[in-house]
Design a protein around this ligand. Structure first.
Ligand code: KIV
Length: 293
């Protein structure tokens, strides 16, 4: 299984690594079997899966619901649960309780927290308690209203210095890695050189140790204009539309279901089956299953 120590080794050996979001059992299984070392149950699920305009409405209970499904689908990946808005903002005690639920109930191996400042102390406490923390600086979506929108951060000298200082403070506090989102590429590269822990970029250029993308973005399931930093490695939205349209057409014109999709009564094959298929049918003692299992 991938651990936080492996990520550190990747950085030390200059091996870049991929991180992808996962929100459900099946996608976690696909990603895990593809050998993706880190799966992030991101609070982006509030936008991608639940249709909210920001990540702010997502609750800890909703995150845990998805985290549990991802944990059931994964065997080898390091699983990181994203602490949602207001699950660590009230007090350090609240942060410990929320992070503990992610590990104990959600099956996560680590948690991610947005921001520097007070989050540094929370990171220290969680790390002391054996809960690894992934930091998140730059464009931190939980600060959307304070940032005045989803805007690139760290363009000014003052902002860049602040991000660099927060990155060093999070490392000092024990964070095992750091997401850098929506920052100029030069700044992300500078932070990556200035800290010993691995950095993971999204919209932060090629100079970080790892890269993270939202699963649905990279597969082209999310529709509309993608942000500049997204590369679509497939166009599954179109593919899905084609498939469901064809299904509806075949239902309409009676070509689906065909004889091969039918069950026979009392173990006998449907009349339209040939002999080989019929004996296969008998032996199979058909189990009705939803999904490929
Ligand atoms: O919620 C999320 O998916 C994230 C990643 C984009 C880093 O925080």
């Amino acid at each position: 299984m991938t651990t936080v120590l492996d990520l550190q080794r990747f950085k030390d050996e200059h091996r870049r690594f991929a991180v992808i979001t996962a929100y459900d059992f099946l996608s976690a299984r696909i990603l895990d079997e593809a050998g993706i070392p880190v799966l992030l149950v991101g609070d982006s699920l509030g936008m991608v899966m639940l249709g909210h305009p920001t990540t702010l409405p997502v609750t800890l209970d909703e995150m845990l619901h998805h985290a549990k499904a991802v944990a059931r689908g994964s065997r080898q990946a390091l699983l990181v649960g994203d602490m949602p808005f207001m699950s660590y903002h009230v007090s350090t005690e609240q942060a410990i309780t929320s992070a503990g639920r992610f590990v104990q109930e959600g099956g996560m191996h680590a948690v991610k927290l947005e921001g520097g400042g007070r989050v540094v102390e929370i990171t220290r406490r969680l790390t002391e308690l054996g809960i690894p923390v992934m930091g998140h600086l730059g464009l931190t979506p939980q600060f959307v209203h304070q940032m005045g929108g989803f805007k690139v951060q760290g363009k000014s000298r003052a902002q860049a210095d602040r991000i660099l200082a927060d990155a060093k403070a999070l490392e000092q506090a024990g964070a095992f890695s750091l997401v850098l989102e929506g920052t100029p590429a030069e700044l992300a590269a500078r932070v990556t050189g200035a800290v010993g822990i691995p950095t993971i970029g999204i919209g932060a250029g090629a100079g970080t140790d790892g890269q993270v993308l939202v699963f649905h973005d990279l597969l082209g399931i999310t529709t509309g204009k993608a942000p500049k930093f997204v590369k679509r490695y497939a166009n599954l939205a179109d593919e899905m539309t084609r498939a469901v349209t064809r299904f509806a057409q075949e239902v309409g014109n009676g070509t689906f279901p065909g004889p091969e999709h039918e069950y026979a009564a009392n173990g006998a094959a449907p009349a339209s089956h040939d002999a080989a298929a019929a004996s296969e049918h008998k032996e199979a003692r058909e189990e009705v299953k939803y999904g490929a299992g």
